[in-house]
Design a protein around this ligand. Sequence first.
Ligand code: 5GP
Length: 205
Amino acid sequence: MADPAATTGSPCGVPVPAGLTVLSGPSGVGKSTVVQAIRRNCPQVWLSVSVTTRRPRPGELQGREYFFVGEREFEDMAASGQLLEWARFAGNYYGTPREPVAKRLEAGGPGLLELDVVGARQVRLAVPDALLVFLAPPSWDELVRRLTGRETEPPEVIGRRLEAARAELRAESEFDVTLVNTSVKDVCAQLVALMTAQPADQPAE
Ligand code: 5GP
C-alpha cells in the first residue's frame, strides 16, 4: 500500500507519490511551455527553479522562471558544490540549486526539474531513482520551425540551439519514457500521470 505520508491531495484528481522527475529534450521542443502549464494547473507539483547566466526574456521574473545571476556568481556556486547539476548551453550556464531539491525530497513531496540532456545525465547519477522523461518533437521540421520562429533570440543563438538539438535528439534512448509533444494539454496530462503512477509493487487503493 502506498505510504500516505508520501502523497498529497491533487487538484489533478490523484495522489502524488514522492519522487523526482526530470523533463528533458531538445531546446525548442516546448519543455518550458509544459512546465508553465503545470505551474498554473498543478500547484502540488513542486518545480525546481534553476540558476542561469542567460538574460531574462520578456515576461520572465527573477526567482520564478530562473534565478538570473552573473557568470562569476554561477561559477562560485558550482565550485562550492551548491548545484546538483549544471551545464553550459548555447553560451550560457544553467544549474539546479542543490538544497531546495534535497529539502523537497526529504519532505517526501514530488518534484519536477526541467533540464537539458547534459543535466539529465548528471541527475541520473546523483539521484538514481529519478524518472527521466524525454520530450520529443512531432518531427525534426516542426522543431526547426519552433526554434527559428522564436523572435526572442538572435540568429547565431538559434543556430547554436539547432546544432545542440541534433545531438540532444540522439540521447532519447537514455531516458525512461518518451512523450511526443503533439499538444501541451496532452503532454501535461501524461506527465502528471507518470508522476502520480503507483509503483508496480504498490497497487493503487
Ligand atoms: P532556455 O534558455 O530556453 O530557458 O533553456 C535552455 C536549455 O537549458 C533548455 O534545454 C532547458 O531545459 C535547459 N535548462 C534549464 N534549466 C536548466 C538547469 O538547471 N540545468 C540544465 N542542465 N539545463 C537547464
